[in-house]
Write a protein that binds this ligand. Structure first.
Ligand SMILES: Cc1cc2nc3c(=O)[nH]c(=O)nc-3n(C[C@H](O)[C@H](O)[C@H](O)COP(=O)(O)OP(=O)(O)OC[C@H]3O[C@@H](n4cnc5c(N)ncnc54)[C@H](O)[C@@H]3O)c2cc1C
Length: 301
């Protein structure tokens, strides 16, 4: 790891740090040290970065803002890759907006509003980056970002870049057919001409619902589990009377039973224990095997 760190320290277009607390890279504010965190600031830097990681056989994971991640207390033995300045660009052309994968989703959403373009309202209020949102196909159960995509450019380490047209990709509720070993670099969204008032009204409706139903101000990862089919996971968890259930400093939110919040100083093992309890209770009461929406980083197996 030391050799990789040294090589990356002198790699153009890359900035690297060692022993970085994952708590500082995730919205949960939880997680032990990652051996390395490397930011690729340029396309060329990204390619060089992966050359080093491959040569030194360092495992890697790409992260945006870590808003959908629970990182282990032991941290991550490998390199967390993030996208920097060259991937933080937005460009508007007619009714399309192109955005680098490192752009904050909120910035993209605001851009669509100021340009009076409709199609990204479902992303209002969702934290994270464009890359993370595309990887997760972020949105709600019924609408998601993938529907607005015209094309996506990805990079497969050791192979190269690839442009997918909308017709090459399938999207669904928190899934996409974009291969999970490819890094999303940028995307173009095909939007519809609208008015600022109409776009704002649709965004505000979703923001108001979010404010009314979700915990605010406490570190979390959003929804822990996906809704199974047409059923509401929140209702099932409430049926199990799990609101307020806690282990250590991790608790099921009083406002939304599918949110597990960090009450301050929670450990990943606390959150995991709460999640496992939720899963077990729903399995027992409803016979449903819930699928996590949150991604786990640095856990064994
Ligand atoms: C308060 C709160 C509310 C939320 N509400 C919603 C909601 O309403 N709807 C919703 O869908 N989500 C919601 N989320 C979850 C989260 O914000 C989204 O999943 C978001 O899109 C993740 O973006 P990110 O950049 O933080 O990705 P990360 O959490 O960093 O990563 C998530 C996944 O995407 C992968 N990834 C990240 N960047 C890239 C890339 N460039 N290329 C390839 N893969 C990549 C990661 O490896 C990981 O598997 C919420 C989270 C919080 C904290």
């Amino acid at each position: 790891m030391l050799r990789a760190f040294k090589a990356l320290s002198t790699t153009e277009g890359v900035s690297v740090a060692s022993d970085v607390a994952l708590a500082s890279c995730t919205t949960y504010r939880i997680g032990g040290p990652a051996d390395l965190v490397a930011v690729a600031n340029t396309y060329a830097g990204l390619v060089s970065l992966f050359r080093v990681l491959e040569a030194e056989q360092v495992p890697w994971v790409i992260l945006g803002r870590g808003s959908n991640v629970l990182a282990s207390d032991a941290g991550y033995r490998g390199c967390v890759v993030r996208l920097g300045s060259e991937f933080d660009r937005i460009q508007v052309e007619g009714t399309t907006i192109s955005a680098g994968a490192g752009v904050l989703l909120a910035r993209l959403v605001n851009k669509s509003l100021s340009e009076e373009l409709s199609g990204l309202e479902c992303c209002a209020g969702i934290p994270g980056t464009v890359g993370g949102a595309l990887s997760m196909d972020a949105g709600s159960r019924h609408e998601w970002i993938g529907r607005a995509v015209r094309d996506v450019v990805t990079y497969r380490p050791g192979v190269g870049m690839r442009r997918y047209l909308a017709s090459d990709i399938e999207w669904g509720y928190r899934w996409t057919t974009i291969p999970s070993d490819e890094i999303i670099l940028e995307a173009t969204f095909e939007l519809a001409r609208s008015t600022k008032a109409a776009v704002a009204s649709e965004m505000n409706r979703r923001l108001a619902r979010r404010r009314a139903t979700q915990p605010t101000g406490k570190p979390c990862c959003g929804s822990v589990f996906k809704n199974p089919g047409d059923r509401s996971v929140g209702a099932m968890l409430e049926g199990c009377q799990l609101k307020g259930y806690r282990v250590g400093q991790a608790a099921v939110s009083d406002r939304h039973a599918n949110f597990v919040v960090n009450e301050g100083g929670a450990r990943a093992t606390d959150v995991l224990a709460v999640i496992n309890h939720m899963h077990g209770q729903v399995q027992e009461r409803y016979g449903v095997d819930l699928t996590p929406e949150v991604k786990f980083l640095g856990f064994e197996g």
